[in-house]
Write a protein that binds this ligand. Structure first.
Ligand code: ME8
Length: 649
């Protein structure tokens, strides 16, 4: 019988800088799902790749003094580049797409023309505030403190003749799709999309889908000077990589529609609104699901690559082992929500789950099998009353695990496995094999106890294969399990391991880490590479400085602004007795609750401006610096003894 198919994709990442642990998180999660589906017997197509066009890349290449192609080649195929990273992380992708691949470029031109020919793309004029890093135009009202609401960067007024996609035409069908319940998960993201983009003021607007201000993109073949908007170029990768509108591959009919697009929450909008509308336009079936996962937030609430080596997946994998890192990423954070990354958590997860629980179970079991039976258990075995609970848990485990994996709840699936591992460790204490070993008459009982432990390791080890493929192969070798015994079918059965299996105590798969020493060593490595500082500005006259009214304020209240990913709303005591409201685009850097009570500095004589319907009376001062190509932002905080209303001069 032909295997059922399963098509899974990651986002295609921008090779504008080296990838970090956040990218690895998404790719490892997708890899675990792909491996799980293969284990279950599916014919899996797992796609990842790189999104190589756009102004950001063009600018970066220019700054580096190389061509855009040379720039992306280095990051993608160069030493310790994207391909090397996925190899190191043992990513089992079946295909890798680069949007600069010829076949993709030609396909995008055909697709763009198709939408033009069917009337869904038309020529118009675009004007607005443009953010280069995000490749996005914004209206004045969408800006936050005059800056890009997505990345907080500078925006510039720009005007260009451009092609537009009739996104508005698909609003009703997209709404229906989103509210249908199955398409976008977690469900919490559905309301966010419907409220923010479909039911917002003005509704769903047509989308500008070409650019003339730069050239690093797919040229619109019927209108020289225009390049295709990078998101159209990017989203269609999921189809061109299978051979849609090209001859490079021939499995579009086999795998499309995708079973799931795994994406970070910040690009759910592109995947759940724009992508389905464009597919509707070209008459293709829609993907079955878009799953928007949460972000890894770095120590101290700040998500940033700027912590240098500490968040470099290369460094972590080299220090702790690829499997330990893969396991940590999926064991520690619920996939649909944000998770706080810290070195302490990483080390304690490795120590608790891998070194103590799994590692101990494996080494104790294999050591006892060696010591008491020379590595081969006898056929004569005797069941005992202590067996029941462990065997019941083992029998139910595959089903419980699968229920979680099918929902992409890898953390819960792992929790199920580790519940059984803990139970097995407890079973050792309950049965006390070292006592049984003293009595020759109890050898059959001892043999069964060890057999049950080996069976626990076999079943748990099988279910851990998608997470730690290499280590579980080693585990299988140590317990003497042939490949067939580590299969999905066998994971539901007891008694699969041959009684005469040859058990060997091998290397310690997960050595314990000395937390204190390791944290100190990591601290040493934590020297961020800072980029050159901003050039100093021209001198101003003293009077200009005197006109600025900087004051000391205390944060009375701070909360996230609804519908905004970037904006926090502050209520401040500025010393006047009247509470001052300021909106600040720093939600990516701070959690509101950590700012309440802090003493901050604000410029208070800027004209009030409205953002997201709220008035902002001033601006909070922050210290900003580029580190490793990313903006590092710290809100300026003063000693709490400074009275509010004090003038900064
Ligand atoms: O958005 N935590 O590329 P990108 C968790 N080219 N996941 C993270 C993360 C973090 N801190 N940082 C990044 C793009 N990611 C587009 C995609 S798709 C047609 C085009 C992951 O390089 C997460 O999955 O900015 C996020 O969506 C993706 O990397 C963004 O990668």
């Amino acid at each position: 019988m032909e295997k059922p198919t399963f098509y899974i994709t990651t986002p295609i990442y921008y090779p504008s800088a080296k990838l970090h642990i956040g990218h690895a998180y998404c790719t490892v999660a997708s890899d675990a799902i792909a491996r799980y589906k293969r284990l279950c017997g599916y014919d899996v197509m797992f796609l990842t790749g790189t999104d190589e066009h756009g102004q950001k890349i063009e600018d970066k290449a220019k700054a580096a003094g190389v061509t855009p192609q040379q720039f992306v080649d280095k990051i993608v195929t160069g030493e310790k580049g994207v391909l090397d990273l996925w190899k190191l992380m043992n990513i089992s992708n079946d295909r890798f797409i680069r949007t600069t691949d010829d076949y993709h470029v030609r396909s995008i031109q055909r697709i763009f023309r198709k939408m033009y020919d069917n009337g869904d793309i038309y020529k118009g004029k675009y004007s607005g505030m443009y953010c280069t890093p995000c490749e996005s135009f914004w209206t004045e009202s969408q800006l936050v403190n005059g800056r890009c609401p997505d990345c907080g960067g500078e925006v510039k007024y720009a005007e260009e003749e451009a092609y537009f996609f009739r996104l508005s035409k698909y609003a009703d069908r997209v709404r229906e799709l989103l509210l249908g319940g199955e398409f976008l998960e977690p469900a919490s993201r559905v309301n966010e999309m419907v409220h923010n983009f479909l039911d917002c003021e003005g509704g769903l607007q047509d989308l500008c889908v070409s650019r003339t201000s730069f050239t690093w993109g797919v040229p619109v073949d019927f209108d020289p000077g225009h390049v295709v908007y990078v998101w159209i170029d990017a989203l269609f990768n999921y189809t061109t990589a299978l051979g849609y509108e090209n001859d490079a591959y021939h499995d579009f009919d086999r795998y499309w529609p995708a079973d799931v697009h795994i994406v970070g929450k910040e690009i759910v909008r592109f995947h759940s609104i724009i992508w389905p509308a464009m597919l509707m336009s070209v008459g293709l079936p829609l993907p079955k699901k878009v799953y928007g996962h949460g972000w890894l937030i770095m120590d101290g609430g700040k998500m940033s690559k700027s912590k240098g080596n500490v968040v470099d997946p290369y460094m972590l994998a080299e220090r702790y082992g690829v499997d330990a890192l893969r396991f940590f990423l999926l064991r520690s954070f619920p996939f649909g929500s944000d998770g706080s990354f810290s070195n302490e958590l990483l080390i304690s997860t490795i120590n608790t789950d891998l070194a103590n629980d799994l590692g101990n179970l494996l080494s104790r079991t294999t050591a006892m099998a060696g010591k008491y039976f020379g590595g081969t258990l006898p056929e004569a075995q005797e069941a005992g009353p202590e067996d029941a609970e462990l065997l019941e848990m083992l029998a139910a485990l595959r089903g419980r695990y699968a229920a979680q994996m099918e929902k992409f709840q890898m953390q819960n699936a792992l929790a199920e496995v580790f519940r059984v591992i803990s139970r097995a460790n407890k079973y050792i204490d309950e049965t006390a094999p070292w006592v049984l070993a003293k009595d020759e008459a109890k050898k059959p009982r001892l043999a069964r106890v060890l057999y049950n432990l080996l069976e626990s390791l076999r079943i748990c080890g099988t279910l851990l294969r998608p997470f730690m493929p290499e280590s579980m192969e080693k585990l299988a070798a140590q317990i003497g399990a042939p490949e067939a015994a580590m299969s999905w079918e066998a994971a539901e059965q007891y008694g699969v391991l041959p009684a005469a299996a040859s058990v060997t105590k091998g290397e310690n798969l997960f050595p314990r880490i000395d937390m204190e020493k390791e944290l100190a060593a990591l601290e040493e490595l934590k020297k961020p590479e800072t980029d050159p500082i901003e050039p100093f500005k021209e001198n101003i006259v003293f009077d200009d400085f005197e006109k600025c009214d900087f004051r000391v304020c205390r944060v009375l209240k701070c909360e996230a602004v609804k519908k905004s990913q970037k904006l926090l709303r502050f209520e401040l005591d500025d010393g006047s007795g009247v509470t001052r409201q300021i909106l600040s685009g720093i939600a990516m850097h701070y959690k509101p609750e950590e700012l309440v009570g802090k003493t901050v500095a604000a410029i208070v004589n800027l004209p009030p401006r409205k953002m997201m319907g709220l008035e902002s009376c001033g601006m909070l001062l922050s210290a900003v610096r580029m580190v490793n190509g990313k903006e590092e932002l710290h809100l300026v905080m003063l000693d709490d003894a400074v009275p509010t209303g004090s003038v900064l001069c």
